[in-house]
Ligand binder design. Structure first.
Ligand SMILES: [Ca+2]
Ligand SMILES: [Ca+2]
Length: 179
């Protein structure tokens, strides 16, 4: 009788241990799944932000001048949201140096959650670099070529410390001078 009682006690202890281990495992899985969900959301938002701006830039001319510009950037008096053809950014390298936190739409609308239809992207910074790249290697070139690489970088920082972001997403596209 006594032996049977001890076995029962051991069984209870083992059962409790199994339950505790299962619960700990479930908690760890839950935490991991939450973290993965958060990271997937950041990756998804970064990709959306990068693609959105790449589509905007892709509609612009390869260069404003008849031969490739020496200086990459906007021409005098141009801005992204200019109201006439002479004043808005009209060639792809005009976007070189753009950097916004929170990101801004083409009309200057700040994507901080208070402007419909944009969600709150306050923890994201979206920036652009445009470089000439070598005709064959597509690596950055020190002179003008017939290819420009647009790089859109989207950083996410929980603490808005963009010197040390938590996540970085790059989207590259190379465009050629077809004129
Ligand atoms: Ca221009
Ligand atoms: Ca330009």
């Amino acid at each position: 009788m006594k032996f049977k009682k001890s076995l029962t006690l051991i069984e209870i202890i083992v059962s409790i241990a199994v339950i505790v281990i299962s619960l700990l495992g479930a908690a760890a899985l839950f935490t991991m799944s939450m973290r993965m969900t958060r990271e997937s959301k950041i990756r998804f938002n970064s990709a959306i932000l990068a693609k959105d701006l790449m589509e905007e830039i892709s509609t612009k001319k390869w260069d404003e001048l008849s031969s490739p510009s020496i200086v990459l950037g906007p021409e005098f008096g141009e801005s992204r949201a200019g109201s006439t053809e002479l004043t808005y950014w009209d060639d792809i390298d005009d976007y070189n140096g753009l950097s916004n936190n929170p990101p801004q739409a083409i009309d200057g609308t700040v994507m901080n959650g208070s402007n419909h239809p944009y969600p709150n992207y306050s923890n994201y910074r979206r920036s652009v670099t445009v470089r000439y790249v070598d005709d064959t290697t597509l690596q950055p070139a020190a002179f003008q070529t017939n290819y420009k690489r647009i790089r859109i970088r989207v950083d996410y920082s929980h603490s808005k410390n963009f010197a040390d972001p938590d996540h970085t997403f790059n989207l590259d596209q190379v465009m050629t001078n077809t004129r």
